[in-house]
Design a protein around this ligand. Sequence first.
Ligand code: NAP
Length: 300
Amino acid sequence: MELDYQHWVDQNLPSQKGKTILITGGNSGIGYYAALALAKAGGHVVIAGRNPGRIDQAIKNIEAEGIDGQVEAGIVDLASLESVNQFAVDFLSTHPKLDILINNAGVMMPPEGKTKDGFESQFGINFVGHFALTGLLFDRLKSTTDSRIVTLSSIAHRGAHIDFDNLRLEKPYDQKREYYQSKLADLLFTLELGRRIDAIDAPVLSVACHPGFTKTELQRHIDPAMLKDITLMDTWQGSLPTLLAATGPDVKQGDYYGPDGPGEMGGFPAIGEIDASALDTDVAKQLWDLGQTATGIAFP
Ligand SMILES: NC(=O)c1ccc[n+]([C@@H]2O[C@H](COP(=O)([O-])OP(=O)(O)OC[C@H]3O[C@@H](n4cnc5c(N)ncnc54)[C@H](OP(=O)(O)O)[C@@H]3O)[C@@H](O)[C@H]2O)c1
């Protein structure tokens, strides 16, 4: 299996020398394998996450693989806008460019909870935190030649719905519905951002991807019985749509990548199918307004 990973990476990953790459949640799962490949390819990778010990361990593991680039830690809790702000200030003062931002971190179906700013935790971490991070770093992306923003969505966006009256747990918690909603928000965000970037003619791509069903710690809150009929891909393979979206030479504004197998549940990366729910520009605008109001950050 490791050979297949290396084979795909060798065949498809261009050199990342000279590139600064920021990946949220790069200490674990899909983010870890994406960070590893990008650092091996010569990139300067910043792994941003909430747990310094886990990030340091991930960096040690990546460095032990032998890399051409470098890896450093960034501390950010996406469940707190104050933390996102502080991280952005630190990052901007130490990194003159940002070639690739990968909005990868996420939680799925945790026990009921809210972020520090009062959002249901999945919507707050998966969408609001990344909206703020992207907004705060956007000018640095814009001033970096041919930069990219890659945001992780999911098959779960299909048929989901943004309930604007239930983003702060106003209604009884439904862990599955709220996860699906957050991943639809990520895809609506990606596409709306791409349209807004095009409107100002900035040289930045906003693209999305999903890893099908991949074995990671994301499933930690799920009853194993729910997973018994599902085949999960190895973690390395789930990182490939991210790597293609982040580095592929033919990637275009608004592209969405996922595995090429049946139902996009497994396989190797290819263009994925975007559900009609993510193509609704009225909902996308409403979500954008909410993101701006909630974070106080207006961009692009
Ligand atoms: N695995 C799948 O089948 C699948 C399917 C569809 C979409 N996805 C998406 O893929 C992305 C990566 O997930 P994964 O499967 O690789 O899961 P994972 O192994 O659990 O990784 C998630 C990462 O997000 C970080 N994170 C969670 N909450 C955070 C917060 N408040 N602030 C900062 N970082 C936070 C975690 O940090 P800690 O290590 O500190 O917990 C971890 O590094 C997610 O966006 C997920 O929705 C995954």
